[in-house]
Design a protein around this ligand. Structure first.
Ligand code: NAD
Ligand code: DAU
Length: 340
């Protein structure tokens, strides 16, 4: 099988490529990535050494570039597209939505259209639980929950989901949408909660917790998400949506305290700062459809996953410093300002 993976130099995309090449000896992966601030070729250095030019090919470019995408599909005889490419950080979408509109909507539609018109047999679109909006203290999102996004990021992801759905309904194109909860694990860009807090705690810097810290996220190890996308690619039914979750709902403050305790750092580093505008209160996933139809189940419990993740970030301080070059410092200074 020959798969065009987009956004493969990002957090989940690179974990997905490493996993798929290791577990499917008959698979070739073409990785199309624009290498934005969030994309890092170094994540796949091992893959390039082992499989470069044979089972792994990298192309730098934009998913909106139909000519380039068509060229890759033809030359590599692509059997399926898995679209991870996106602008992904909610806070950045609040500061400036335009790159989110461009990549997550315009880019996703261009990629979808090119794949469909070129006859690529299957298109898997990787989406998020954030398209469902927010929950009260009870219940969980199912695939039937109406879309009600609350941030520019989640609105752009919901728009793409609707375009993918419409493409299936209108043209009968074989599409599958996956929606997953918050991922954690190796190679996550250190603007996201867990790697951000690890890095700041290690350096004895204040930890900025939004609002009262009681917003709840469902945490899934990135490898469990990758296995979910793998199942959706290989076994998902055309036109369907599949939710994935980690069955690990935690208030943010608990996650932050877990990190501090594991590192032996004091809770006095915590700062409760001005809340994120439009901050969703709680996410939880009903993934019974994926369990039933695909055989999906998360394999990591949060304690084990966090211990491994902490160890990875401590051992890979050079990776963190490397990805923090670029526009990281500028965004962080503008976003957090004087709050911490
Ligand atoms: P990330 O920000 O770490 O990586 C995104 C990658 O996409 C980068 O390598 C970047 O260079 C690339 N990219 C951005 N714009 C591009 C474009 N126009 N053309 C080609 N490449 C482009 O993101 P992530 O956290 O790995 O998320 C991957 C996907 O999974 C996204 O679609 C996201 O919405 C979805 N998702 C993420 C999570 C999570 O917790 N991180 C949860 C559910 C779903
Ligand atoms: O739920 C899936 C989504 O998870 C993905 O679709 C997004 O791409 C991904 O970025 C992530 O979105 P979140 O907004 O949930 O993740 P983030 O790491 O930014 O924040 C997690 C929680 O922590 C959220 O409630 C906000 C809070 N937070 C975050 C930061 C960066 C803080 O309290 N302080 C912070 O400094």
């Amino acid at each position: 099988m020959r798969v065009l993976v987009t956004g493969g130099c990002g957090f989940i995309g690179s974990n997905f490529i490493i996993h798929m090449l290791a577990t499917h000896q008959d698979m070739t992966i073409v990785n199309l990535d624009k290498l934005t601030y969030a994309g890092n070729l170094g994540n796949l250095a091992g893959v390039r050494r082992e499989h470069g030019g044979t089972r792994y090919v990298f192309a730098r470019g934009d998913i909106a570039n139909a000519e380039l995408v068509a060229h890759l599909i033809t030359v590599h005889k692509v059997d399926a597209v898995v679209n991870f490419a996106a602008e992904t950080h909610v806070d950045r979408s609040i500061a400036d939505a335009s790159p989110f509109i461009q990549t997550n909507i315009v880019g996703a539609q261009a990629l979808l259209e090119t794949a469909r018109t070129m006859g690529v047999p299957r298109f898997v679109h990787v989406s998020t639980d954030e398209v469902y909006g927010t929950l009260g203290p009870e219940g969980a999102f199912s695939e039937e929950t109406p879309l009600a996004p609350n941030s520019p990021y989640s609105a752009s992801k919901a728009a793409a989901d609707l375009l993918v759905r419409a493409c299936h309904e209108t043209y009968g194109y074989d599409t599958v949408i996956t929606r997953c909860s918050n991922n954690y694990g190796p190679y996550q860009f250190p603007e996201k909660l867990i790697p951000l807090m690890i890095g700041r705690a290690v350096n004895d810097e204040p930890l900025p917790v939004y609002g009262d810290g009681k917003n709840v996220r469902d945490w899934i190890h990135v490898l469990d998400h990758c296995r979910g996308v793998e199942l959706a690619l290989l076994k998902g039914r055309a036109g369907e949506v599949y939710n994935f979750g980690g069955a690990a709902e935690k208030p943010n403050i608990e996650v932050v305290k877990t990190i501090l305790a594991a590192l032996g750092k004091p809770e006095s580093l915590i700062r409760f700062v001005t809340d994120r505008p439009g901050h969703d209160r709680r996410y939880a996933m009903d993934f019974s459809k994926a369990r039933r139809e695909l055989g999906f189940a998360p394999s990591y419990d949060f304690t084990r996953g966090m211990a491994e993740t902490l160890a990875w970030y401590l051992e890979n301080a050079a990776w963190v410093e490397d990805v923090k070059s670029g526009n990281y410092a500028r965004f962080m200074a503008a976003w957090y300002g004087e709050r911490v």
